[in-house]
Ligand binder design. Structure first.
Ligand code: HEM
Length: 435
């Protein structure tokens, strides 16, 4: 690994640690995209778990918010949708005063008031809509999809260069997850990389993805919307089929939806099915290189793949947080949360809670209870695609182990600049040889 890069990163991490412990608790703010990019966010959460596990940040680039940082507290919030609502947003968004004026344009018409995707809803609307798309990722459907995912995984792996550096994120992680998502949508296969681009458009900050100006972003999102409306029009006039668009176009509760509402659900599924699994695939290569004894263990015993997959999902925590808004005043962890205040469940912190998970910073692929983690959330919004994500990861690793003795990380990866998507933009690797 290039020493210069590692040294600069280590310096940034030292600085973040000092800042995390020197800032008075009253103003401590853990939401720094730059800290996540530098893998330097850990000390903020370590301190909060120990000193102030239910913590109020009075002001930040994302406004004021509560941080919930311990495992059991996160579970309690996530499973109490009566008090902690999803209807006013499920993430921290930059407050308007930190955005440039060009981020705001007047719309020609008022947005549809009910145009939330179901992750942004409470019951009963949430439950009804979730039920409509669930069959697309139910166990029976996954059994049908598995051979195709395996075949595609094999094709991707067989096309990789041996003995030459390449970017794992682009050639493997993005490719496999986008292929699967294209199958779920029955999206034109040769155009599948559009899904990757639109997902990145939605989840990145200016200059950190496929767009630089808000005008470019609006244009990309308009293209995405037009494309999916075209697909809706085709599917609504055809016989019902098992893909997600057909399910939405024919579902009794969704077929009369406005195009705003339909598009909200599409964007949820694009993001849900893309970044998270992609970053876990990359995270597995990173973690196995950082913990070479675990890599040896896996090579010696490929039956450990499923538990390695779950351990990676915990260790990586591809979505760092989800947020809710309190529907009423509520006593929690000795604090008084007021109606209307935003409450952030930091999964990334709960998955390092040493009182629940033994040696949580270590990556241990044969932990006794590998599915004990917060990465998929809990309660009514628990990830609907969790088994599909595990399936893709299991298959890709079974196929990797058949082909390559080693995937070698060449240098520190480039991490995402985000407090939400915890992942990798680039990861240079080398495959020294094939079996
Ligand atoms: C490792 C991969 C994945 C991770 C870590 C992940 C994580 C999450 C989390 C944290 C939530 C919210 C849970 C909560 O609020 O309690 C969620 C919801 C959701 N995920 Fe995933 N996800 C992954 C893969 C997928 C895939 C492959 C799909 C594609 C179908 C998907 C679709 C969704 C949807 C539609 C929701 C909304 C569920 C609801 O509101 O009822 N996810 N996911």
């Amino acid at each position: 690994m290039a020493d210069g890069v590692a040294d600069v990163l280590a310096e940034k991490q030292d600085l973040a640690r000092r800042r995390a412990y020197e800032t008075p608790l009253a103003t401590l703010n853990p939401a720094w995209a730059s800290a996540f990019r530098d893998d330097a966010h850990w000390p903020y959460f370590e301190r909060l778990r120990a000193e102030d596990p239910v913590h109020w940040t009075p002001d930040s680039n994302y406004g004021a918010f509560w941080s919930i940082t311990r495992y059991n507290d996160i579970m309690a919030v996530d499973t109490n949708h009566q008090v902690f609502s999803s209807a006013k947003g499920i993430g921290l968004s930059p407050k308007p005063s930190v955005l440039p004026p060009e981020a705001f344009v007047e719309r020609e018409s008022e947005p549809d008031e009910d145009a939330n995707s179901f992750i942004n809803m409470d019951p009963p609307g949430h439950d009804i809509q979730r039920k409509i798309v669930s069959p697309a990722v139910a166990p029976a459907r996954l059994l049908e999809m598995a051979p195709q995912i395996r075949e595609r995984a094999g094709l991707i792996l067989d096309s990789l260069p041996v003995g030459e550096p390449f970017d794992w994120v682009d050639k493997v992680s993005k490719e496999l997850t986008t292929m699967t998502l294209a199958t779920l949508f029955d999206f034109p296969f040769e155009e599948r990389r559009k899904l990757t681009m639109w997902s990145d458009t939605m989840t990145t900050a200016p200059g950190h993805g496929p767009w630089n100006t808000y005008d470019e972003r609006r244009k990309l999102m308009a293209d995405c919307r037009a494309y999916f409306i075209k697909l809706w029009n085709e599917r609504v006039n055809a016989e019902p089929a098992g893909d997600l668009i057909s399910m939405l176009a024919h579902g009794p509760e969704t077929r009369h939806a406005s195009m705003d509402q339909y598009f909200s659900n599409v964007t949820l599924l694009i993001i849900g099915g893309n970044d998270t699994t992609r970053n876990t695939i990359s995270g597995s290569v990173f973690a196995l290189n950082r913990f070479p004894q675990q890599y040896d263990k896996l090579r010696a015993n490929p039956a450990l793949v499923p538990s390695m997959v779950s351990e990676t999902i915990r260790w990586q925590t591809p979505l760092a947080h989800m947020a809710r808004v309190a529907t009423q005043d509520f006593e929690f962890g000795g604090k008084r949360i007021r109606e209307g205040e935003r409450v952030v469940m930091w999964y990334v912190s709960g998955n390092r809670d040493e009182t629940v998970i033994e040696d949580p910073y270590a990556y241990v692929i044969d932990r006794p209870h590998p599915r004990q983690h917060l990465s998929f959330g809990f309660g009514i919004h628990r990830c609907v695609g969790n088994r599909l994500a595990e399936l893709q990861l299991t298959i890709i690793w079974e196929e990797i182990l058949k082909r390559f003795p080693e995937i070698r990380l060449l240098e520190e990866p480039k991490r995402s600049y985000s407090i939400f998507i915890k992942g990798y933009e680039q990861m240079p690797v080398l495959i020294p040889t094939r079996h």
